[in-house]
Design a protein. Structure first.
Length: 187
């Protein structure tokens, strides 16, 4: 059985190092794991309960929910904006946390990782993301972490997939998420 891992990237910038990290995850996924980067987070309106009406959910939000429901696990790639989670990623979490009690994250293995310019690699944003995901019902893999500091310098001329240390760490993260997804499916 192939495990489908949906990757949500918290940066919309074309040259985003977190996007490149997600691309590396797609490339490095082991056999039996299919990492898919979700396209379209920029199109989703800010969460508003007034527009989250069954049968009339905005198309972009409905598309995100469908992709999430079809997934077995999640990888969230978070940069750090002003010491916290980017709005686009928080918005995706908000949409996927509903309907209350039956959100798309419910019980699914989820890991948060990323890179940022600062010396800690975005750990504050990643910790906030884990907190939000836990409240949204995800099975947050607290022991599966990867925070890569100094992104602007480290990836100035090297794609994360071509950085041997990062590739090895990322491969380990994907393998752990894959293993948790297999355990969840078997339970």
């Amino acid at each position: 059985m192939s495990v489908r891992i949906l990757a949500l990237v918290g940066s919309l910038r074309a040259g985003s190092h977190n996007r490149q990290l997600a691309e590396a995850a797609v490339k490095l996924a082991p056999e039996g794991a299919d990492v898919v980067i979700y396209e379209g987070l920029a199109d989703i309106p800010f969460y508003n309960e007034d527009i989250d009406v069954e049968g009339d959910v905005p198309a972009a939000a409905a598309k995100l929910r469908e992709a999430a429901q079809a997934s077995d696990a999640f990888l969230l790639f978070s940069p750090e904006y002003n010491g916290t989670i980017p709005a686009v990623l928080k918005n995706a979490i908000d949409w996927l946390s509903r309907p209350y009690g039956a959100g798309s994250f419910a019980g699914k293995p989820t890991a948060v990782l990323g890179t940022a310019y600062g010396q800690f690699g975005g750990v504050w944003a990643q910790d906030e993301t884990r907190k939000s995901l836990g409240i949204a019902g995800a099975k947050v893999l607290e022991d599966v972490k990867l925070s890569i500091p100094g992104s602007v310098v480290r990836f100035a001329e090297t794609h994360p997939a071509d950085d041997a240390e990062v590739a090895a760490q990322l491969t380990e993260v994907i393998a752990l998420v894959h293993g948790h997804a297999d355990e969840t499916a078997a339970a």
